[in-house]
Design a protein around this ligand. Structure first.
Ligand code: EPZ
Length: 420
């Protein structure tokens, strides 16, 4: 398996641009199943998870091809005239959690779906009870057995659904299912992440009637059918935040292009608290790191709280901040797999339950470390940028799932990194 080898302590300069959002692309690709006709989605990052999702769509009977033109990133044309709702025969559904997002569209389009229980993943069990509770409220009969979930209905009928937790995936799956139900559905305590708004905008572009996306009360009036559309996904806010931390770790000033600053508010506020200077433009930000980063505490929360996907990258920054920081991870139960690896690099960091205590140190030292999950892997790359000497990171297939050509992009702003 390939590795990253990074020689730390280079200062960075210039500008770097962000790709389309992975966590917008995946639900929007699933939503193309709702339409009879053909959709073309632009700005998609060509990542392993996207490839897996395309394989699942093809396995369900969709035609998927690359499209010409459009913004940067991949353009994909998907047409779903006839579909086979038995996802269980698609061998790679277990590979990505997001594969469960095809359940809502298939239930709405084909009135049934058979899909394997999505595998857990390193960061936690990842149950889908809230998705199933919503499908049941819409009139589906749910059965489970042999590792599969089956949902069937004569017709989906609008309902009021209260989400015990503002789950991103459950909000997305239920918005998609409700868009073809009879009557109105109300989702209360809905997730309000920017990716939810992006999905709602795409469904409305196809002829859907969704209001309130971006608030915790979303109303969906079901329509008879939806038509395929062209659409460009929003930029990836977590990729942008990751590059901002890279600048801060190396005392550098860089410009990050293709961002929506409003989506970065929680991260920008926290970084400013540590003394980092961030200037916001229309579609870019400039990050000018202070000489000394001050420690700050974070608690991950649903949007607009500090995003859980930035917990690990931000923890790396705190390992070289001055002072003590307390980090609480409230969203996932096992998102600390990077901590033992950061300790190998000289970080003074320990976890107790869902809390991490970090005492900033003067500097880290390069070491041989391993990535166990996507954002934890990114955190190790960031720590390597600030380390004396060489760091070797194995398990980089996890990093490639969420960051397109991270080594090539970081090299363009002065990072000494190679993929071996
Ligand atoms: C999405 O995952 C993102 N993935 C995650 O990004 C992100 O960390 C997460 O939202 C939170 O923002 C995609 O969009 C593909 P959730 P999702 O449902 O939808 C519990 C990354 O690094 N829960 O909001 O799975 C669940 O166990 C990935 O890019 C239930 O209990 O997140 C977790 O503890 C990682 N029952 C919490 O809610 C359910 O039915 C948040 O999960 C559903 C969720």
């Amino acid at each position: 398996m390939s590795k990253f080898v990074i020689v730390g302590q280079n200062s960075l300069e210039g500008s770097i641009s962000v790709d389309g959002s992975k966590n917008s692309s995946l639900p929007i690709l699933a939503a193309t199943l709702l339409a009879q006709g053909c959709s073309t989605i632009y700005g998609i990052p060509s990542l392993a998870d996207i490839q897996n999702m395309c394989n699942i769509l093809k396995c369900l009977g969709a035609e998927v091809s690359t499209a010409k033109g459009g913004a940067s990133g991949l353009g994909l044309t998907i047409s779903c005239k006839k579909l086979n709702p038995d996802v269980s025969q698609c061998e790679n559904t277990g590979l990505i959690r997001a594969s469960f997002l095809v359940a809502g569209p298939l239930l709405a389009r084909c009135k049934k779906v058979k899909i394997s229980m999505p595998g857990g993943c390193p960061i936690g069990l990842r149950p889908v009870d809230l998705h199933l509770k919503g499908f049941h409220a819409l009139g589906a009969k749910i059965s489970t057995g042999h590792g599969f979930i089956e949902a069937k209905c004569k017709n989906l009928t609008g309902a009021v659904i209260y989400l015990d937790f503002p789950s991103v995936g459950a909000t997305e799956n239920l918005m998609m299912a409700a868009s073809l139900a009879t009557g109105q559905t109300i989702i209360e305590n809905a997730a309000i992440e920017p990716e939810i708004v992006d999905l709602a905008n795409f469904i409305n572009a196809m002829g859907g009637q969704i209001t309130g996306a971006g608030t915790d009360l979303i109303k969906i009036s079901g329509v008879k059918e939806l038509d395929g559309q062209g659409y460009t996904v929003i930029p990836d806010r977590i990729e942008a935040g990751t590059y901002a931390v890279a600048a801060a770790m190396t005392n550098s000033k860089i410009q990050i292009n293709n961002v929506i600053p409003g989506h970065l508010k929680p991260m920008i506020a926290k970084m400013r608290e540590t003394g980092i200077e961030i200037t916001e433009g229309d579609s870019q930000i400039t990050v000018n790191a202070a000489d000394k980063i001050k420690a700050a505490d974070i608690k991950t929360l649903p949007y607009p709280g500090f995003p859980t996907d930035m917990q690990a990258p931000f923890s790396s920054l705190m390992t070289v901040a001055s002072g003590t920081s307390i980090i609480v991870e409230t969203i996932f139960e096992n998102r600390f797999l990077h901590i033992s690896e950061l300790a190998k690099m000289g970080a003074n960091i320990k976890a107790e339950g869902r809390t991490v205590v970090i005492e900033g140190v003067k500097s880290l030292t390069g070491a041989k470390v391993r990535a166990y999950d996507l954002r934890g892997g990114a955190a190790l790359v960031l720590a390597a940028l600030a380390s004396e000497g060489e760091t070797e990171i194995s398990g980089i297939e996890h990093i490639d799932r969420g960051y397109l050509k991270l080594d090539e992009k970081l090299s363009t702003i002065g990072v000494n990194i190679i993929r071996v």
